[in-house]
Design a protein around this ligand. Structure first.
Ligand code: ADP
Length: 461
């Protein structure tokens, strides 16, 4: 059995990849578990050196990896090149953090005792990643795991395994032992069950839908695994009356249209103060119509294909639902769909007069559509923004520090971005509140969940 990897821009077969049998996966899990005993004893400075070598190899293959990302995910080639840098930045960051896994001493409550706290890696980590950042989602999990001294096994998304395979090969070429970092290929529900049931796996780290995240959490309960989840989002972007409108327009576009709107922190709802909505929507539309849609390998393309039919149908449903309920189309709402080939393109769309009763204001869109709604008071904006089970990223634009402080304190989101449409970086803690996830990736927080705390009590001194 093989996975057929197709270019979502053309429908052409890129490559076939063998699906691992259950037996092969169990063997790999065993090897990952057994190699942990050697890997966690390797000194942190050496692990750091190997990670740096891996980072150099990834940068050395930057063009090739970027092309693979575009071929399997459809994103424009410039975005893929950026993704390789972004992916490398996690390896670089955790190559350094490997050397900073500190313990502490605690003053004892007796002269005859000493108290020491150390940190140890949790063991074999199993990762499941989505299609939309095939390189960065891999390194954001693998780099802190390896830096901490964990061993690592990954199942990439069925439609984008090629980037992961390449990254794992490069890790081996850099000198990271083969059993320390491994991949398997297969279907999510099947491999997911093997990962969660395995007593060798000590931690699950997942990026993907909230539905699957909840399932993995439930299935991890039997063996009480550590778990990190980076799930869906429904990001609001609020533009207050005093905001710099031109800047807000450029940042809205930067946030909304990355990967054709298919990222979990893409703006999903734009809330504009009613006094500036006309100016903002006019300026926004003027810029949005300039974006070019097409095959991401071609020059100057800004927006690639939608990943699959399911994603496409959901976006079209949300646009139609909004229009039926009174939304006005300012631009876009035209698309090319070739269902036989599996190619779906949607032109960037701006909708005005959107309200809370429309599906687009309630669910993640994962597509190039901007719904605009208005507010009068900042309290109302926060109430609308928070009225969702999701809590990943929220954006706001204001030059008034009181308004900014209010938004910062009252928005229930793990990432709050003030006058900034691109908050994600390796040195910062990325992750969601509420049903958007558990734990953080990136920053000093990102290695925490790969570590156990061990407390040593010495007596009789
Ligand atoms: P998306 O909407 O991005 O495809 P998914 O959550 O369906 O989000 O997929 C993200 C990753 O989760 C993919 O690698 C996919 O194979 C995997 N996956 C899908 N279903 C399951 C499942 N039941 N258990 C474990 N992993 C799954």
């Amino acid at each position: 059995m093989k996975l057929k990897i197709k270019n979502p821009a053309t429908g052409q077969l890129v490559q076939e990849v063998p699906i691992n049998t259950e037996e092969e996966i169990q063997q790999k899990l065993k090897r990952g578990h057994e190699s942990f005993n050697n890997w966690f004893k390797v000194n942190a400075h050496y692990r750091s050196k190997l990670l740096k070598k891996w980072s150099n190899k990834v940068q050395g293959a930057k063009e090739e990896i970027a092309k693979t990302i575009t071929l399997e995910s459809g994103k424009p080639i410039q975005e893929s090149l950026n993704e390789v840098d972004y992916a490398t930045s996690y390896i670089d960051w955790y190559a350094e953090e490997a050397k900073r896994i500190y313990g502490r001493t605690i003053p004892a409550n007796s002269e005859s005792k000493r108290v020491i706290v150390t940190r140890q890696p949790v063991g074999l980590v199993a990762a499941i990643t989505p299609w939309n950042f095939p390189a960065a989602m891999m390194t954001r999990k693998a780099a802190p795991a390896l830096a901490a001294g964990c061993t690592f096994i990954i199942k990439p998304a069925e439609n984008t395994p090629l980037t992961t395979i390449k990254l794992v090969q490069l890790a081996h070429e850099a000198g990271i032992p083969e059993d320390v970092v491994q991949y398997v290929n297969g279907y999510g529900n099947e491999v997911g069950k093997l990962f969660t049931a395995s007593t060798y796996v000590k931690k699950i780290t997942f990026t993907g839908s909230t539905t699957v995240g909840k399932l993995l959490m439930k299935d991890s309960a039997d063996t009480v695994k550590h778990i990190s989840l980076e799930l869906g989002g429904h990001a609001p972007l609020i533009i207050s009356e005093d905001a710099d409108i031109d800047f807000a327009v450029s940042q809205t576009i930067a946030s909304k249209f990355r990967n054709a709107g298919q990222t979990c922190i893409c703006v999903n709802r734009v809330l504009v103060h009613e006094n500036i909505v006309d100016e903002f929507s006019e300026k926004l539309t003027k810029e949005v119509v300039k974006l070019k849609v097409g095959n991401g390998l071609e020059k100057d393309i800004n927006i690639g294909p939608i990943i699959n039919e399911k994603g496409f149908d959901k976006i079209i449903y949300q646009i139609n639902d909004a229009m039926q309920k009174g939304a006005e189309v300012l631009c876009g709402n035209n698309y090319n769909a070739n269902r036989d080939a599996g190619c779906f393109f949607i032109h960037p769309t701006v909708l005005k007069n959107v309200n809370e009763n429309m599906a687009i204001m309630q669910e993640e869109t994962f597509g190039p559509v901007i719904p605009l709604t208005t507010f009068k008071e900042i309290e109302e904006a926060v109430e609308i923004a928070n009225s969702t089970p999701y809590g990943l990223a929220a954006y706001f634009f204001t030059n008034d520090y009181r308004t900014g402080a209010y938004f910062h304190e009252n928005l229930d989101f793990g990432i709050v971005s003030w006058n900034d449409g691109a908050p994600s970086a390796a040195h910062t803690p990325f992750g969601g509140m509420k049903e958007s996830g558990l734990g953080r990736e990136g920053g000093i927080e990102g290695i925490e969940s790969y570590l156990e705390t061990k407390y040593l009590s010495i007596g009789g001194l």
